[in-house]
Design a protein around this ligand. Sequence first.
Ligand SMILES: CC(C)(COP(=O)(O)OP(=O)(O)OC[C@H]1O[C@@H](n2cnc3c(N)ncnc32)[C@H](O)[C@@H]1OP(=O)(O)O)[C@@H](O)C(=O)NCCC(=O)NCCS
Length: 185
Amino acid sequence: MDDLDTIHGERIYLARIPDEERYYKRYMELLNAGPVLSGTGNEPHTLEEVKELFAEWRKDEGNMTWGIFRKSDNELIGDVCLRYGYEEYGNDGPEVAIMIGEARSGYGSEAMRILLDYVFKEKRKLFGKQINIINLGLYKENTGALKLYSKLGFEEVMERPDIDNGKVEIVMQMTRDMWHRAKAI
Ligand SMILES: CC(C)(COP(=O)(O)OP(=O)(O)OC[C@H]1O[C@@H](n2cnc3c(N)ncnc32)[C@H](O)[C@@H]1OP(=O)(O)O)[C@@H](O)C(=O)NCCC(=O)NCCS
């Protein structure tokens, strides 16, 4: 999907990652960092695979992937996406996923907050409709991600085994109402 708004936070902003060699390399570096591999359960990616990934996002109407950029030096430090088609959640909301190269920097919380504000803003339409629910899946052993999502107000709705590797996956959801209630407190 090509038309992505830039979303501004205090220390970071979310923007389309340019289709340039240096960003492919930087993205590969982030994806292949140890904590990211263990959090996502992915295998390391080659540069060719990263390029293919970018090309797939661009074609996919059900995928909005933003780079997370640090404001102080415009460095790419991670990504956050809304997408359909990876997992089934039993509702018409997209899945959210996030990856940050530097752990415990506070960037993960800021990126998710500004994205949720953006999605749940009145009258905003994404994927051609108003989004009222966001889903996500994470491994139970991924304590950092669990802490992040719980702090933001996502609620656990079920646990299920990942058929690929037998790990326990937790499914969490956030509705538009939950986000507005959490912000009002
Ligand atoms: C999960 C992830 C996005 C968190 O990003 P982050 O920038 O580290 O998050 P924050 O610094 O905003 O931390 C949010 C909270 O979680 C806590 N936290 C973060 N990483 C943690 C860890 N490994 N263990 C325990 N707590 C952790 C922080 O201390 C903070 O809580 P606090 O405010 O009470 O101190 C990042 O670690 C990451 O990209 N991991 C690999 C990819 C991944 O697992 N993505 C999610 C897949 S669903």
